[in-house]
Design a protein around this ligand. Structure first.
Ligand code: FAD
Length: 409
């Protein structure tokens, strides 16, 4: 009997397994695909994420962040948000908010690999990979999971971390609200005549936002949200034609950068949606990460929310164990579920509301008013930064810089 069975070792599930093992729980992890070793000499991967300082602290305690910092990563200290049609502009500088950085851009594959290494090194973790869940029985006393390989696992707690199309969520019968944005997020590594000066830049435009995230070598990783038909057309263009379209989208910016787009690498696109589960717990099972919530990438918060779920889960489990209560008991899991669901709801609906910022031009006034109002209020900007950096009042202790060893005492 394991203390915890984690299904899915994406960035969120792997962080959960590593932290739980480090906290002294016995852990089984089931993952369909073994991650490939990270190749630091290869080209920058298409999937990168902006990790908040809070999420970086969670990854540090999971034993992965030191390895990330030894390899390709790019801290950013400045963020600029502007509107295509108007002169309103939002600027955030880390020192203004007493921060060393606003976040760090890292390739997903590097984080994934660093977490996998941490899992392999941790005692108390058994890996079932490649393998998949075939069946599940669960109740207040624990969960019994059968795998495609024929293995049978029993655990006191089941953690569903199997991503946006979570099979575990469906097996648990947890309902989900789903909004398809009718957009694709095109991702690509881009070079500009002037290297990216370490700025996360975003422009709201009709049809969807365009973000440039800084990479260590001065290039940028872009996420360009476009309506589906338009995204298919852009994906079908050759590199030069795509660069020319991107140039039109960045032209006429209010700052001096991004200037001339000089080269675009390979492209991929991801359908964009918002998904919110009506609860995160069922019997002795919980959901974390994209299995529980999916948000539009415009605020770069998806994996950050998931890593804070993990930190909150570890905090409530350790707390219950210290008080000699059953760590997979209803009271403990309800505490986790309520805490994180309300946080994800605030974030997801806030981002969803920002849709008003990139609706068609007849909504342009709303868009301009939104950015204009926030840009004039330091309090609003400060509240935004606290949440975006994972350090607001409701953030779990591990995301506020408390070490796991402190939580355990
Ligand atoms: C274009 C784009 C840009 C983004 N940028 C950012 C950003 O800047 N910052 C940010 O915070 N977020 C960002 N996100 C969101 C972020 O990528 C996701 O929130 C994050 O990857 C979710 O991680 P996860 O571990 O929960 O799920 P996943 O990464 O989906 O991992 C799920 C894992 O479960 C495994 N699995 C699935 N089913 C089974 C099964 N039945 N049995 C066993 N294993 C299974 C899969 O193999 C996988 O390894 C972005 C998203 C998009 C689309």
């Amino acid at each position: 009997m394991f203390d915890v069975i984690v299904v899915g070792a994406g960035m969120v599930g792997a962080a959960a397994a590593a932290l739980l093992a480090r906290a002294g729980f016995s852990v089984a992890i089931v993952e369909a695909n073994e991650p490939a070793p990270f190749d630091a000499s290869g080209p920058v991967g298409l999937r990168v994420s902006a990790f908040s300082p809070g999420a970086a602290d969670v990854l540090r305690e999971a034993g992965a962040w030191r390895q990330v910092e030894r390899q390709r990563h790019c801290p950013y200290r400045r963020m600029e948000v502007e509107d295509r049609e108007e002169t309103v502009r939002l600027e955030f500088d880390a020192p203004e908010f007493g921060l060393e950085r606003l976040g760090t851009i890292v390739e997903n594959d590097l984080v994934q690999w660093a977490l996998w290494q941490s899992l392999l090194a941790a005692g108390g973790v058994e890996l079932f990979c490649p393998d998949r869940v075939a069946g599940l029985e669960h109740g207040p006393g624990g969960a019994a999971v059968s795998l495609h390989s024929g293995a049978q696992l029993r655990g006191r707690l089941l953690v569903g971390a199997d991503g946006a199309d979570s099979h575990i969520r469906k097996l648990l019968g947890i309902r989900q609200d789903y909004w398809a944005y009718g957009q694709q997020g095109i991702v690509c590594v881009v070079r500009t005549a002037t290297p990216n000066p370490g700025v996360a830049w975003q422009r709201f435009m009709d049809g969807g936002p365009l973000a440039f995230l800084p990479l260590q070598d001065g290039s940028s990783s872009i996420v360009w949200s476009r309506p589906e038909a338009e995204a298919s057309r852009l994906l079908g263009l050759d590199g030069d034609a795509f660069a020319a379209e991107l140039q039109l989208a960045v032209a006429g910016g209010q700052g001096h950068w991004p200037d001339q787009v000089t080269a675009c690498g390979p492209r991929a696109a991801f359908p964009l949606s918002m998904r919110l589960c009506d609860r995160y717990t069922a019997g002795a099972a919980v959901l974390v990460g994209d299995a529980a919530h999916v948000v539009h990438p415009l605020a770069g918060q998806g994996v950050n929310l998931g890593l804070l779920d993990v930190a909150a889960l570890v905090e409530v489990l350790v707390d219950a164990r210290r008080r000699q209560e059953p760590f997979a008991g209803e009271k403990t899991l309800t505490r986790y579920g309520r805490w994180r669901r309300s946080e994800a709801e605030v974030m997801a609906r806030g981002i969803h509301g920002l849709r008003g910022l990139f609706l068609p031009s007849e909504f342009g006034l709303l868009r301009r008013l939104g950015i204009g109002l926030v840009s004039r209020s330091w309090t609003a900007r400060e509240a935004f930064i606290r949440r975006a950096t994972g350090r607001n009042r409701n953030a779990p202790a591990l995301a506020r810089g408390v070490a796991l060893t402190e939580l355990l005492h």
